[in-house]
Design a protein around this ligand. Sequence first.
Ligand SMILES: NC(=O)N[C@H]1NC(=O)NC1=O
Ligand SMILES: [Zn+2]
Ligand SMILES: [Zn+2]
Length: 512
Amino acid sequence: MEPLLWRVLPLLTILVSFIVFFYLQDSYRAQLFPLIKLPGDKCSLLPHRHFWISSKRIVTPKGILSGSVEIKEGKIVSVVEGYSKQGKSVQQEVIDYGDAVVMPGLIDVHVHLDEPGRTDWEGFDTGTRAAAAGGITTVVDMPLNNHPTTVSKETLKLKLEAAENKIYVDVGFWGGLVPENALNTSILEGLLSAGVLGVKSFMCPSGIDDFPMTTIDHIKEGLSVLAKYRRPLLVHSEIQLDSENHLELNDNVDPQAYLTYLSTRPPSWEEAAIKELVGVTKDTRIGGPLEGAHVHIVHLSDSSASLDLIKEAKSRGDSISVETCPHYLAFSSEEIPNGDTRFKCSPPIRDASNKEKLWEAVLEGHIDLLSSDHSPTVPELKLLEEGDFLRAWGGISSLQFDLPVTWSYGKKYGVTLEQLSLLWSQKPATFAGLESKGAIAVGNHADIVVWQPELEFELNDDYPVFLKHPSLSAYMGRRLSGKVLDTFVRGNLVFKDGKHAPAACGVPILAK
Ligand SMILES: NC(=O)N[C@H]1NC(=O)NC1=O
Ligand SMILES: [Zn+2]
Ligand SMILES: [Zn+2]
């Protein structure tokens, strides 16, 4: 017996040390055993799977209440009113947030994460860290400016592979509607069957070579497929009207003047696109030939004729919705410094009276939801030095600031916590078909932001900003109110006090 033991012992020792080594070294484990999921405690800065969060201001669909939310295995299992009499024994884990606001996590349905292919612009890691730091618990990624663009089931697969182990919040995906898949609907069906939540198209050049624009005829083809899948079409609604685009070609204009850029993309471009779209959405009414299809106008800037067309279409019963973005609600053309291309986006930021009317529409419910259209690039393409508005990349970097910006600028117009929660969580969840998200309600995912609306802070160099290129953001240097304290995604505390959970445990969301 003894000689056998002596022979086995060294082997046993080696085996045990291997096991111990791999279990202690997560990074090695992740590399060598990519299929082994990291243990749950790396996903959260909190060790508990069953706990309560208490606050005097919990925003629910039934109003703001004082009480606690019970979270178990990632879900909300009860919402109890009564802040002081929680009736829980001392062993039970309770996080008491006092008067900090507990709200459903934000759902940002318009984010360009740019991976794969342009990770020097943004990326799953940086983008979703920024989201988590901003209280955003789900983002829906745009089918461009990644390369290749997400226009087929094969390119969606590349997205999913690139996102693996890199997302700190849940991520859904929009596909792209481009002439190729609009004219060959089996490609489009493949993309939808593979799980994109809907598709997005441009009615003007997108700025990205492998994402060509669609005409209204392509859009009609796309809608007939989308009707079957009951998923939305999102449209960048601007049509280039040549007669009004001479300025760009004129040598005498000052490319550093913001007004030069503004005049190259007048409201009539938005109006022209939306006019064509509402000509088609009449067929989306109940009983119509396109029933089941839905048209969503992304990033509306023009709050006059374009908005009126949308309101009319809605009142007729068309299946149509519209979003606007924080930058159209925070800034106005009068205050954009010449040469400051951080403010360049399309459609452009218009004048102060346009902004006032946009806020009115948001607060009256004519604008259905808010989104960031976070669309960064590399500093070289933003041409900050030259300040050339005509040649710089158009796109705003803002993802992390969705909540404080809309709260800070909206307070003056009387925006309420309930309205913010509707515009940033409940409506986006319904629009994108995200089940079990968008509200603090029993059975839903425990996707929660805890924030202090009254707390002011300055976006200076000391502020932890997780965007890949903070210097490109037009919000840097601003003083805002509404600081995000903690963010929970499916019950995991993914962000707290400027820090993220060690592992990225967000879930890719695919439509079934
Ligand atoms: N390609 C892209 O991200 N374009 C976006 N940028 C912007 O300012 N408007 C857009 O549609
Ligand atoms: Zn767009
Ligand atoms: Zn966009």
